[in-house]
Design a protein around this ligand. Sequence first.
Ligand code: SF4
Ligand code: SF4
Length: 212
Amino acid sequence: MILLSSNDMTKLGCGECSGCSSCCRGMGQSILLDPYDIFQLQIATGQSFAGLMQEKIELCVESGIILPALRMQSETDACGFLNHEGRCRIHPYRPGLCRLFPLGRSYDEKGLHYFLLEDACRIQNRTKIKIKKWLEVPALSQYEKFLAAWHDLRKEVQEQIIKRQSDNFTQKVNVQMLELFFQKSYDTEEDFYQQFEERKETADKLISNWAE
Ligand code: SF4
Ligand code: SF4
């Protein structure tokens, strides 16, 4: 697997997915959402987390942690943000995993890397594009820093859950994390990263209390 940085170029260009919406259909609960995605969805729809939960997203369990994911609609088995022309209705605010495909992310002590999921995209003969252009995320280095912090936090919580082996503890932790990072609305007029940092400080305190 070749690890890439956001400044690298790789074969991603697929003609803006024209005629194809394969990544938005039949995805089960695989399009997991992080706090930045929820912040973006709040801006795109004007809905709170509870409002999004009515129809567009659902909760799933990923390695013991409860996380939101895009919900495939029962009638169509497609994402609820896909329009009749097979285009994304919230394209500028689409979640990180939608932006990423057909790339994957990998984390190590040096931070975040990308890798190409060979043959994942249906379009053959893709053109080379710089990863940062493909992602179209403003303030990319800040975003990557957030992703690495969110990844580490999830890992820490998972380790605590595995260590305790207690259903009560797992439930308590999931309730606290969901409330802190997802259910409590973000102020969409304010900087996301600052709000995340404040919540992360609270989470760090919770984690050190659990560890005692
Ligand atoms: S949010 Fe948009 S890009 Fe992502 S799965 Fe839904 S329709 Fe597709
Ligand atoms: S399979 Fe490729 S072309 Fe089709 S929607 Fe996904 S990224 Fe776009």
